[in-house]
Design a protein around this ligand. Structure first.
Ligand SMILES: C[S@@+](CC[C@H](N)C(=O)[O-])C[C@H]1O[C@@H](n2cnc3c(N)ncnc32)[C@H](O)[C@@H]1O
Length: 317
């Protein structure tokens, strides 16, 4: 039987491999530790291993070695998918790894990759049929926004960001309202979400995000400021796709109020946060008020389509 290792041994072995320039060796050691700790029910140790894997990926972002970072992140993502016996489209796995490496974002939690795959599926479907600008409200380090840009650029190789907009306070979450805090205290996931609902949480410096995005897509427009006042920068534009990831009731509702009337026929607005109580309430209230068909994904997003497209709901494949 293989010998059991302590968490400390696994971490220092991985450090030694990494210091010797063998990132692959470090990753192998960490995945072996993950298997062992999971079998022993050591959830805290598993989480520490995931953090260590995230740090290895992040180290290449710090070194500005994005090519190696993408390769190493892809290795981690594929190994994590394999051990979870889950798959995503290989093309999307590559986009996810490249976006994570470009923005210095950990590829974990792994469940995020399935959610973002659904986001990009809807995005591709809309972009194939509808013209207009693209918006993300709430970007953190820029991971999901980079996924949209990288997917779009696959079909538009000379495109360098024109017509794509990011809105973020760059000061993190705004103040939660009563509607954000209306949650079921017996639901462990909801309790965890509400713990994350601190004003200022998820703040990332504007310069860091701008560099992450402009390095590859210099024509993207970043609009720092609180929602909705920052939206005046795009008045007069028409939009085909809006991704909302601001977590809370008020900025989600304000974004829907602003962008839905400016959405092109066939365009879509999707929220990442249908499992956050406030964002869910905002989406449901908005759709009920305007008699719109709210659709959901199997990865806790909700979306709404404008005009004739709304009559053709369908699975995101
Ligand atoms: C969960 S993070 C976004 C994650 C990101 N989409 C990704 O892929 O990693 C939420 C973001 O919303 C921004 N945000 C929250 N409330 C806001 C508000 N009222 N106005 C502007 N930005 C806000 C935060 O600064 C943060 O960057």
């Amino acid at each position: 039987m293989a010998e059991d290792f302590t968490l400390q041994e696994v971490l220092s072995d991985a450090d030694a491999y990494f210091a010797a320039g063998d990132a692959r060796g470090a990753i192998d050691v960490l995945f072996q530790g993950w298997d062992q700790f999971e079998t022993s029910g050591m959830d805290g140790a598993v989480e520490t291993v995931r953090l260590a894997l995230g740090r290895i990926c992040h180290a290449f972002w710090v070194k500005r070695d994005f090519e190696t970072g993408t390769r190493i992140t892809a290795m981690v993502v594929n190994a994590a998918l394999e051990r979870a016996r889950r798959t995503v489209e290989p093309e999307f796995a590559a986009v996810y790894a490249q976006a994570a490496a470009a923005t210095g974002t950990s590829p974990f939690p792994l469940r995020r990759i399935f959610r973002h795959q659904n986001l990009v599926r809807l995005f591709r479907r809309v972009c194939a049929q509808v013209a207009g600008d693209v918006v993300e409200c709430g970007c953190a380090r820029g991971l999901s926004f980079m996924e949209l840009c990288l997917s779009f650029s696959k079909h538009h190789p000379d495109w360098s960001g024109e017509g794509f907009h990011v809105f973020d306070s760059f000061e993190g979450l705004s103040e939660p309202s009563e509607k954000d805090l209306a949650f079921d205290a017996s639901d462990a996931d909801a309790v965890q979400i509400v713990r994350n609902m601190l004003p200022g949480n998820f703040a990332v410096a504007f310069d860091l995000v701008r560099d992450n995005i402009h390095r590859r897509f210099p024509r993207v427009e970043l609009h720092p400021g609180w929602i909705p006042s920052a939206f005046s920068a795009v008045s007069g534009r028409s939009f085909r796709f809006v991704h909302l990831d601001v977590d809370l009731y008020q900025p989600t509702l304000d974004s829907l109020d602003y962008f839905f009337p400016r959405l092109a026929d066939g365009g879509a607005i999707i929220t990442d946060d249908y499992n956050w109580p406030g964002a869910r309430t905002a989406f449901e209230e908005f759709c009920a008020r305007h008699r719109l068909q709210l659709q959901t994904t199997d990865t806790s997003q909700a979306f709404v389509l404008k005009g004739s497209a709304a009559a053709q709901p369908g699975a995101l494949a």
